[in-house]
Design a protein around this ligand. Sequence first.
Ligand code: GLA
Length: 431
Amino acid sequence: MCSVVFLLALSGVMLHGAAALDNGLALTPTMGWLHWERFMCNVDCAGDPDNCISERLYMQMADVMVKEGWKDAGYQYVCIDDCWPAPQRDAQGRLQADPKRFPGGMKKLSDYVHSKGLKFGIYADVGKSTCAGYPGSLGFYETDAQTFADWGVDLLKFDGCFMDWTLLGEGYMNMSKALNKTGRSIVYSCEWPLYEWPFHQPNYTAIRETCNHWRNYADVYDSWSSVKSIVDWTASHQNIIIPAAGPGGWNDPDMLVIGNFGLSHDQQESQMALWAIMAAPLFMSNDLRDICPRSKELLQNRHIIEINQDPLGKQGSCTAKGNSFHIWERPLSNNRQAVAVLNLQEIGGPRQFAINTIPGWRICNPKCEVIQILPRYKDLSVQTLQSQLVLSVNPSGTTLLTITPISKDHTRFPRLQWNNTSFRHPQVTVL
Ligand code: GLA
């Protein structure tokens, strides 16, 4: 057991030294809006003009992002996903936008987004065609990178469909170089590991050197089972993927589906809290023109965004499980800590959780300041190691806290023995 822990620690140390993609971008997780989960490949502009993939959709989203406080909250990138191109390249071999749905062309749309003080993202694919069957970039990396730069693109989501998996690495690295060669600052969002996992464990050192963020796992759907499966996958692969995350490069658990149809409010809070703990890029995929005030307030909650954007840039992990509670913790700057207590029991009412069973509670020796951020902001004031405070967590909901140690030299206190049977609340097993 000890040697396994040692090896994992060693691999973590080795990867921690790995360089991020050196483009000066994504020093904190990227924030914006991305069309896919909510609008998918709706190209029926005659029948459904308000929701089809057209320049109108992004212009309206950009307008709302400025007017409704999204930009001020930090959401900066307006991103197009699949289904934007015309079925054929132009005579010079360049990708072109579908002329019916994007009559003004991409440069004009990009200028519009920039005129609002926002940034513009686009989508392409490393292989022969995109996942929805539009032209892929294989054989055209330099041409496409230059086209995107000419259009004023600020972010490229590069999908991995229709590509021989043994060539994925080469393809993603070549596009990274092609983007760099344009001289334009373009955030590079990859799906390289997602497409490699079915065959072997991806090389996260190379991925971090190549991409600003990378999808590891399946597409998010508008359901609690989908969000849970992403969180579970992350927990079960955390020793492999967390060491790769840090300023300049992030694990991407996919879009926030908050404000749509499938999640209860407690589940929306859980997604927001866990995406903050996971240092995830925050790409909302919802209809910002029509979103309920509670979801809006949650997505714009500055305390949660502050955790997500913490400058230390360390991704949090699942640190304990027990009694259908999962504890996630993220180290923050200034020795602070964010903690999410997730209640996975989907029957019954709110359940109690003893705060001093959080593994990171050791930083409360001798004292700490505790702020509850979710489900509602509450100053839980100064607590001690022996605190008897009990949290009440709703089914499939999350209580999100920050803990600030008060002792100046709290690090001299050794890690507590949580498996000690004399311990008062053997509620969870430390991982
Ligand atoms: C893949 C990606 C999704 C989305 C679709 C578009 O499934 O993982 O995020 O981009 O393709 O076709």
